[in-house]
Write a protein that binds this ligand. Structure first.
Ligand SMILES: O=P(O)(O)OC[C@H]1O[C@H](OP(=O)(O)OP(=O)(O)O)[C@H](O)[C@@H]1O
Ligand SMILES: O=c1cc[nH]c(=O)[nH]1
Ligand SMILES: [Mg+2]
Length: 210
């Protein structure tokens, strides 16, 4: 499974800013959206193009356009919503499917509570978005759901990925390419990524983690 850690200086800089302990909700949201745009840019870099002719200012001109690529963006509630606007800035005609999964804080197992998929998933590339790939359980569960609905092309965009989550995805869904701003060190005893960002959902929504 290819894992793409985006080493671009803008991405390195922005993910570094997100690690500040007392970052404001506003700043965390803004940086989440900015990095989401850059990850989407990378994740779409091999989309096929076709040449068409249009009327330009000086007469007919050949231009390139993306060749009929159908995309559904799939935010994993809640935290994935923080990346949605940024990704849609880059892929404005994409449809949006939504998956709700809450990780049980004791067992760290994913607990799905909602799903709403757009039609004809077999014809679309799914771009799953979630800031954190920790144990990988939530991402694996989301890919399981998409594949059950007939989706065959899946990519995942995460701000930070832990080696443990990458390994689980590699085992369960080796066909899914992952685009991340950072592969971090490890998970702590509570399943949080170190150094990580803390609780991304709480930071985006302004709730407090106990
Ligand atoms: O890789 P995993 O071990 O499954 O953990 C990662 C998941 O945990 C977080 O969501 P959380 O369940 O806290 O829900 P939230 O987005 O509502 O805060 C995060 O946004 C991922 O979805
Ligand atoms: O580090 C982590 C792990 C799971 N969920 C988060 O929000 N952060
Ligand atoms: Mg959370």
């Amino acid at each position: 499974m290819p894992i793409h850690e985006i080493r671009h200086p803008l991405v390195r800089h922005k993910i570094g800013l997100m690690r500040e302990a007392d970052i404001s909700t506003k700043k965390f949201r803004e940086l989440t959206a900015e990095i989401a745009r850059l990850l989407a840019y990378e994740a779409c870099k091999d989309f096929p193009l076709e040449t068409i002719e249009i009327q330009g200012w000086a007469g007919p001109v050949e231009i390139e356009q993306i060749k009929g690529k159908k995309v559904t963006v799939v935010p994993i509630l809640r935290a994935g919503l923080g990346m949605l606007d940024g990704v849609l800035d880059m892929v404005p005609s994409a449809k949006v499917s939504v998956v709700g999964i809450a990780r049980d804080e004791e067992t760290l197992q994913p607990e799905p509570y909602f799903e709403k998929f757009v039609g004809q998933l077999g014809e679309r590339m799914a771009l799953i978005i979630d800031p954190m790939l920790a144990t990988g359980g939530s991402m694996v569960a989301t890919v399981d759901m998409l594949k059950r609905k007939g989706c065959t092309q899946v990519r995942a965009l995460v701000l930070v990925a832990a080696p443990e989550g990458i390994a689980l995805m590699n085992e369960r869904h080796p066909d899914v390419e992952i685009f991340t701003a950072s592969i971090d060190s490890h998970l702590n005893e509570h399943g949080y990524i170190i150094p990580g960002l803390g609780d991304a959902g709480d930071k985006i929504f302004g709730t407090r983690h106990n």
